[in-house]
Design a protein around this ligand. Structure first.
Ligand code: SF4
Ligand code: SF4
Length: 151
């Protein structure tokens, strides 16, 4: 596993989660690190500049590539979700149309666990949607519309 890329991504997520008010213990638990590593990251130690630069390139990939690449590196869905949600550049919005037949394909394929079925209709939690559009590609009835939020 290219550890330096994972370290760079975890560093970026650590800094952002701290800014959001999470404690070092919470960050360590969320990202699967020990607290001393979190502390080192927050103090700017223990990480090369190259690792951070490579991680920035990964964050700047298109949403789908950022998600799939990070998931491939981490091999852990929950930590992938945290890093993607914390580091993604954009936010997304959209809707599920009434043509949804409740097949659940979007639920099964969403790595961000952003989709649930409610009364046999898909619902998307845009707090967690990263705009990868995998669900849009999978949906057999073209029922999902997702777009970037423009401020
Ligand atoms: S894949 Fe499409 S049809 Fe199936 S549950 Fe999701 S939105 Fe509905
Ligand atoms: S675009 Fe679809 S598959 Fe991707 S994170 Fe959002 S809801 Fe999940």
């Amino acid at each position: 596993m290219p550890k330096h890329i994972v370290s760079g991504l975890k560093y970026m997520a650590t800094v952002k989660l701290r800014k959001k008010g999470q404690t070092q213990r919470e960050i360590a638990q969320a990202l699967g690190m020990d607290r001393s590593t979190v502390s080192h990251y927050l103090n700017g130690r223990n990480l090369s500049k190259d690792s951070i630069e490579v991680a920035k390139l990964v964050v700047n990939m298109c949403p789908k590539d950022f998600l799939l690449f990070t998931h491939t590196l981490l091999k852990d869905k929950d930590r992938t979700r945290i890093i993607i949600q914390t580091c993604q550049k954009n936010r997304y919005e959209g809707k599920v149309k009434n043509s949804c037949i409740g097949c659940g394909l979007c639920v099964d394929t969403c790595l961000m666990k952003a989709v649930v079925l409610n009364d046999l209709k898909a619902q998307i939690d845009f707090e967690w949607c990263c705009g990868c559009l995998i669900c849009v590609e999978m949906c057999p009835t073209n029922s999902i519309e997702i777009k970037e939020v423009v401020d």
